[in-house]
Design a protein around this ligand. Structure first.
Ligand code: C2E
Ligand code: MG
Ligand code: MG
Length: 694
């Protein structure tokens, strides 16, 4: 068997014609190499037997014929040696050999083998056709040399078969020609011997080919396994990259960032600073320019961040329009200066936005924090402080924010218990109509006097409830109280005094607000016209998410008001689509309106808008008699504010109404509700214990 040689082996798991051809070629090559080795081994024996035959011929007086025969035999043997030594240089083709192909080599081998056999078939010339006394010697030599050829060259059956057939057939022919029973028997025996040798050669070749095939299949298999292992490693690498990187910008994604941050914090965590960046008004960019341009802006921002920051800084896109930068503070990288650089870099015009600009707000968490989750919470709080501060600016997490966060944590921890124990309250603030002269409705405002922290700002309460999954129980609690107030008003003969309930953007998005409210009204048999819900402009911006809910409420008769109107971006179209009945002008435009021409113009514009669109307009935050007078001059129909009535607990609000109600106008069932006249400035009692939360 030939030793393995460095022939490139075609790999490929699926058996196909090309692979089969290549495998056949390799097996043939193995056969050829085995043949070359064994032929070289057998030729010396062949020569020795030839010499012995010449000697016997000399002794029997046939020296001349013997020498001619030996000359022919040697010539063929020399050609066979030369053929076996013919160089087999490898070609550039896989498994191929230059000059002659493997098959041609094998063909030449069997042709020379046939020639050698032909020379040996002439042996009868030296022994008078196997009749002389030397017959036994020559017959034995011919049988020996043929047996040797088969044993040596079984790797490729055609070679021994070509060699043995002629000598043995010539022997058979001579024996038959000589005649006689014993000769016939002997010739038959030689024929059987020939058949046995041919069969042995064939089986030998089949064995050689099978073992060669197995060898190559094993090699191919191991190479396939190697390739598969390599591919699996590459796929695993790719998956790891994809799992840790953002496909759009190529930056680390949230999970990749967290892994990297934990790795950095495990080493030398001192001096690590985290910045969270959030683009200002990115949703508007997406709405106005489409998502593709929005994506281009994100890619552009990512590129600018990378260019503005050293390589050692970890930069990531955490999702949406939120980016993070983690770095070690040193003399060259002051967080405040870096934040200013990043704001400036982001502010350059974007071609994707027709040279429009994008703002970014940044929250910074400075050392010495050592837990990435805490750092993210702190930087996030700072980011929102930056947004509240007016956007396109940075804010460093400080003690004030820390106290606020701690408060939120306490609120989060205690809120569910407080809800279960009915420890929260709903207070009611009057909204006055007819320029502040008659009672129009009440706004329900949630209140919680936390045992340790005191009065919790409702905005914080609502936000914490949303984060801790308590929005629904909180809303159910408020709705129950609001319905109770509606029932009381009804019982007092004042079903036309509405109650307004605030619904935050998150509540609107997370809860089936319409189903919740309508089911409750139905259960208590309350008129939906007595209820109003207040949503902010922020909520109104996501029209698609809320349109269905508002349509259902409006269709049932619930009134809809836009709260804090003027600070957001709600369009006039949105007001129509959302079935809005009322807008409440934000306090920031109302407080001090008597001294601000600009605010007067703005309020005037909103009042005009209200008239054209048949919308009710309420001015929020009326605190002074001067502001009230200015609003009355401008023709503002409805208003709300500390001057006109502070939020108060339900029983106080009821007492207050009782005092307003003119005794001469008792309520008669089925009649329109009485007008509740309110004395104008100086107005109503302001109790000192009423919490002022804003
Ligand atoms: P809002 O809906 O705009 O409510 C009016 C806020 O202005 C109330 O603050 C009220 O106490 C305050 N306010 C009324 N008149 C004056 C005034 O003349 N001067 C000043 N400085 N403030 C005045 P409050 O109760 O702290 O509520 C703040 C915000 O929290 C509310 O703004 C509303 O968005 C939210 N909120 C309050 N209660 C609830 C609630 O039950 N559910 C939801 N979802 N949000 C609520
Ligand atoms: Mg409100
Ligand atoms: Mg408001």
């Amino acid at each position: 068997m030939a030793a393995p040689h460095p022939i490139p082996i075609p790999v490929g798991a699926a058996p196909n014609a090309a692979a089969e051809t290549s495998l056949e070629y390799l097996i043939r090559t193995d056969q050829l190499l085995a043949v070359r080795r064994t032929v070289l081994l057998s030729i010396p024996v062949n020569m020795l037997l030839g010499i012995a035959s010449v000697l016997v011929a000399w002794q029997s007086g046939q020296i001349r014929t013997g020498l001619i025969w030996f000359g022919a035999s040697s010539a063929v043997n020399l050609l066979r040696i030369a053929l076996c030594r013919w160089p087999l240089s490898r070609s550039s083709q896989p498994g191929g050999y230059r000059n002659w192909s493997v098959d041609q080599h094998l063909r030449r081998q069997w042709i020379l083998s046939l020639a050698s056999g032909a020379v040996w078939s002439l042996i009868p010339v030296l022994c008078a056709g196997y009749t002389s006394p030397q017959t036994l010697f020559y017959m034995t030599v011919v049988c020996g040399v043929t047996a040797g050829a088969v044993t040596h060259s079984f790797a490729y059956a055609r070679i021994p078969i070509c060699f043995i057939t002629l000598p043995l057939l010539s022997g058979v022919g001579c024996l038959v020609y000589a005649g006689g029973f014993d000769k016939y028997c002997l010739s038959l025996t030689v024929l059987l011997y020939l058949a046995a040798l041919i069969r042995f050669s064939r089986e030998g070749e089949a064995l050689v080919r099978e073992s060669s095939r197995l060898k190559y299949q094993a090699t191919t298999l191991s190479q396939s396994l190697e390739v598969a292992r390599h591919q699996a490693t590459e796929v695993a690498e790719e998956m790891r990259y994809r799992a840790s990187h953002d496909a759009l910008t190529g930056l680390l994604n949230r999970s990749g960032f967290l892994d990297e941050a934990r790795r950095r914090l495990q080493g030398d965590a001192s001096g690590l600073c985290l910045m969270l960046l959030d683009l200002d008004g990115f949703k508007l960019i997406n709405d106005a320019f489409g998502h593709r341009e929005g994506d281009n802006v994100l890619v552009g921002v990512a590129g600018r961040l990378r260019q503005s920051l050293p390589q050692s800084f970890t930069v990531a896109r955490l999702g949406g329009d939120e980016f993070a930068v983690l770095f070690t503070i040193d003399s060259t990288s002051r967080p405040e200066a870096l934040a200013a650089t990043l704001i400036a870099a982001t502010a350059a015009p974007f071609s994707a936005l027709d040279k429009g600009r994008v703002g970014v707000s940044i929250g910074i968490c400075k050392p010495p924090e050592s837990d990435i989750d805490d750092m993210l919470v702190y930087a996030d709080a700072a980011l929102y402080a930056a947004k509240r501060g007016g956007r396109n600016r940075y804010y460093v997490f400080d003690d004030e924010l820390r106290a606020q966060l701690e408060m939120r944590r306490d609120v989060e921890r205690d809120l569910s218990k407080a809800l279960a124990a009915d420890a929260l309250e709903v207070w009611y603030q009057p909204i006055l109509a007819q320029g502040g002269r008659t009672l129009d409705s009440f706004e329900a405002l949630v209140r919680w006097d936390h045992p340790k922290l005191g009065w919790i700002p409702p905005a914080d309460l609502i936000a914490v409830a949303s984060l801790s999954g308590l929005s629904e129980p909180l809303m159910r609690f408020i709705l129950k109280d609001v319905c109770g107030m509606m029932q009381t008003l009804q019982a007092m003969g004042l079903p036309h005094i509405r109650v307004a309930m605030n619904v935050s953007p998150r509540e609107m998005a997370q809860l089936a607000v319409d189903e919740l409210i309508l089911a409750k009204l139905k259960k208590l048999d309350l008129s939906s016209q007595q209820l109003e819900i207040e949503i902010t402009e922020e909520t109104a911006m996501d029209i698609h998410a809320i349109q269905g809910k508002l349509a259902a409420l409006s269709a049932a008769g619930v009134r809809i008001a836009i709260d804090d109107f003027g600070v957001g971006y709600s369009s006039l179209g949105a007001l129509r689509q959302l079935h809005v009945n009322r807008v409440k002008i934000d306090r920031s435009f109302v407080s001090g309106i008597s001294r601000s021409d600009e605010n007067q113009a703005l309020v005037q514009a909103i009042l005009n808008l209200g008239r054209s669109f048949k919308l009710d307009v309420v001015a929020e935050g009326v605190e002074t008699a001067e502001d009230l007078a200015t609003l009355q001059q401008l023709g503002c129909p409805a208003m709300q504010g500390y001057l006109l009535g502070r939020p108060k607990p339900k029983h106080e609000a009821i007492e207050w109404i009782t005092r307003l109600r003119p005794p001469e106008a008792p309520y008669a069932a089925g009649m329109p509700g009485p007008e509740l006249r309110v004395a104008t400035s100086p107005f109503v009692e302001v109790s000192d214990d009423t919490p002022t939360l804003q």
